[in-house]
Design a protein around this ligand. Structure first.
Ligand SMILES: Cc1ncc(COP(=O)(O)O)c(C=O)c1O
Length: 398
C-alpha cells in the first residue's frame, strides 16, 4: 500500500479536455495548437523569440550547431558536474566535448570554479537551475560576455518562473524549457515538449529556419498513454506498464525511433501545455508550500539536510541530503515498506575527477521525497520522521 506517492505532474480537467479535443478533431501530430503555444510563449518571453520543439535537448543541439558555426575552432562546452545526462549526450552527439565544472551544495555551478573554467576559452556554457534552484544569471551572463563564451540559460525545469524580476531562460544567447515529467509545466514523457528561446537577435534567422525545417513529432499518442498509465494513474494501474506496451505495439502505435527524433512539438502536447499554462502560478505556489512544509518538518531531524531550500523558493522536487555514509538503497527499501515512495537524483555522467568529486559525493546521498501538491504539513512530518527512523536503522550498518 502506498501512503505517500511521488508526483510527476499536476493535471487538472483542462489537460484531459485538451487531449480529447486533439483526438476528436484537432489532430495528434499536426494542428493549430503548436502555433498558438508559440504565440503564447512569444508574448510571455518577448523580446526573446520562442520555438516549440519536442525536447529541450533538441533546442540545445540546434543552438550548439549555430555556436559552432560561429567559432569553429572551439569544442568545449562547460556544464555543471551535476546535470541531466541527456545534456551531456547531446553535446557529444554534436561532436563537442562536455567539460564538468564543480557544483556547490545546492547542486548548481560553483561560481569560482566557473570563472576559472571560462578562462580556457570554451565554446559555450550550459547553466541549469537544478531542480528549479535559481542561479545568479545576471552575474553569469556578464562573466560569459566578458569571456566571449556563448551562454545557454537552461531553464528546462523552470518554465514560466521568474527570478530577480526576470523570466529564467531569457539570459544569455539562448534559453531552454522542457515540458517532460517532473518539470514545472508537464505535458508527458519522452519528447512531450521543449522550447528554444532565442535571446540573441543575431542568432534568430538561422535558428528560426532550423526549427521550421523540423517535422512535427511522431508517436505521441502512445507516449501520452504511457505517461498516463505509468505516471499519472500509476496508483491505479500499478506495475502493469508492460501490458500497455504490448497493446500499443499490437496496435502499431509505437514507432521504434519516436523517442529520439529531432522534431517540433506535436499538436497534442502543445494543446496540453496551453491548457496547463493558466495554472502555472498555482502549481508554483503549491510547490513552494510543500518545500516550506519539509523545511519545518526537518527542524526535528538534525542529520537530514535540504540544501536547495530557501524561504519562498520554488523547487520542482524536494531533494533531501542524507548523512554521510548512509545506505541509500537500504533506506529507500525501508521507506517503501512503510508506503513512502522515493527517487534518486541524477547520476553524475562523468568519470571521477577533481571537478566531479563533490557532485558524486552529493549524488550518493540525495533522496527525492514525495512533493506533489497534496503533501500536507502532517504528511511531510510523517515522511521526515519515518526517514529519521529508517536512517537510524540503516545508517550504522552502511
Ligand atoms: C536541467 C535540464 N536540462 C535539460 C533537460 C533535458 O530536457 P528534455 O528531456 O526535454 O530534453 C533536462 C531534463 O530533465 C534537465 O533537467
Amino acid at each position: 500500500m502506498t501512503r505517500h506517492a511521488l508526483s510527476y505532474a499536476d493535471w487538472s480537467g483542462a489537460e484531459y479536455r485538451s487531449v480529447a479535443r486533439s483526438l476528436l478533431g484537432g489532430g495528434v501530430r499536426q494542428g493549430r495548437s503548436g502555433a498558438q503555444l508559440a504565440l503564447r510563449l512569444q508574448t510571455d518571453y518577448a523580446p526573446s523569440r520562442a520555438y516549440a520543439l519536442n525536447y529541450a535537448h533538441t533546442a540545445l543541439a540546434l543552438a550548439l550547431a549555430a555556436f559552432k558555426r560561429r567559432r569553429p575552432q572551439r569544442d568545449v562546452v562547460l556544464v555543471p558536474a551535476y546535470i541531466c545526462p541527456s545534456v551531456v549526450s547531446t553535446i557529444a552527439a554534436c561532436g563537442l566535448q562536455a567539460q564538468p565544472v564543480a557544483v556547490g551544495d545546492d547542486l548548481n555551478l560553483d561560481l569560482a570554479a566557473l570563472r576559472q573554467a571560462l578562462e580556457q576559452a570554451p565554446l559555450a556554457l550550459v547553466a541549469p537551475h537544478m531542480f528549479a534552484c535559481p542561479l545568479p544569471m545576471a552575474e553569469i551572463e556578464a562573466d560569459c560576455r566578458a569571456a566571449g563564451v556563448f551562454l545557454v540559460d537552461d531553464a528546462a525545469q523552470v518554465a514560466g518562473v521568474r527570478h530577480q524580476g526576470r523570466l529564467l531562460g531569457t539570459f544569455g544567447d539562448v534559453g531552454l524549457l522542457s515540458f517532460a515529467q517532473s518539470k514545472t509545466i508537464v505535458t508527458g514523457i519522452r519528447g512531450s515538449g521543449g522550447v528554444l528561446l532565442v535571446n540573441a537577435p543575431a542568432l534568430d534567422d538561422e535558428l528560426a529556419a532550423a526549427c521550421a525545417a523540423l517535422p512535427p513529432s511522431p508517436g505521441r499518442l502512445a507516449a501520452l498513454l504511457e505517461f498516463c498509465w505509468n505516471y499519472l494513474w500509476v496508483e491505479r494501474t500499478g506495475a502493469s506498464g508492460d501490458h500497455l506496451e504490448r497493446l500499443l505495439d499490437a496496435l502499431g502505435l509505437r514507432p521504434a525511433d519516436a523517442g529520439e527524433v529531432q522534431a517540433r512539438i506535436s499538436n497534442l502536447d502543445a494543446g496540453i501545455a496551453l491548457a496547463q499554462w493558466p495554472r502555472l502560478d498555482a502549481i508554483v505556489a503549491a510547490r513552494r508550500t510543500v518545500a516550506a512544509h519539509y523545511h519545518a518538518a526537518l527542524q526535528e531531524q538534525d542529520a537530514i539536510g535540504f540544501p536547495q531550500f530557501a524561504p519562498g523558493r520554488y523547487l520542482a522536487r524536494v531533494m533531501l541530503l542524507l548523512p554521510e555514509g548512509s545506505d541509500l538503497a537500504a533506506c529507500r527499501a525501508g521507506l517503501r515498506q512503510q508506503g513512502i515512495q522515493t527517487r534518486l537524483g541524477y547520476r553524475v555522467p562523468f568519470a571521477e575527477q577533481a571537478a566531479t568529486r563533490h557532485a558524486q559525493a552529493l549524488a550518493a546521498r540525495l533522496l527525492g521525497v514525495p512533493s506533489g501538491p497534496r503533501i500536507s504539513a502532517q504528511d511531510s512530518r510523517d515522511i521526515c520522521r519515518q526517514l529519521g527512523r529508517t536512517l537510524s536503522d540503516f545508517h550504522l550498518k552502511a
